[in-house]
Design a protein around this ligand. Sequence first.
Ligand code: ZN
Ligand code: ZN
Length: 219
Amino acid sequence: MTHNIKHHITDQLLMGYSAGTLSEAFNLLVATHISMCDECRAQLASFDSIGGAMLDAEGDRLATLATGSLAAVMERIENAPTVVVPAPAERTDKTVPAPLSDYIGDDLTGVKWRHIGMGVRQAILPTSSQATARLLHIPAGAAMPDHGHNGVEMTMVLKGAFQDEDGYFARGDVETADTAINHTPTADIHEDCICLAVTDAPLRFKGLLPRIVQRFIRI
Ligand code: ZN
Ligand code: ZN
């Protein structure tokens, strides 16, 4: 069964992924999503292409910036080469997409779950300490505690579905929540929900978005 993914990765994060400025945990989530999502993979390819064009134009670009002509830079972006969308490394309906299997194996049988209350279990994945990646297992019909966020939280559904104040999220969908959002994700009544969730410290991430853009366009 092919689920039509409705909730995607933001352009800023795709640009960060392309530029290599994301922490390992966020890289993992983006890689996992694009392994399942044609739309974001195409968008990423266009960012990769723009980044390459910008690098090719390095000398000209410096002269351009020296004269203060931002329009010329924008023209280069619009004239970036036509994008050829690469085929995904692996298309599969397995619960565990290829990027994630590097961390937990080909299925969920080896995952060491720990209860965190209200029937919810989690397993922290071994990533660098800049951000945290975890698997969440929410029993069918159960809710995560209502919570806000100190930083940015991205949650991608691997199995089942959940609903909260922001919408309905099924396999492949990504919810991006930040400090402005309070929510109570509740698993669909028909099936346990398994998600990949990544979180980052607020100051680190607030600083990261400008750095992503800055590094991407190299200004
Ligand atoms: Zn997508
Ligand atoms: Zn949340």
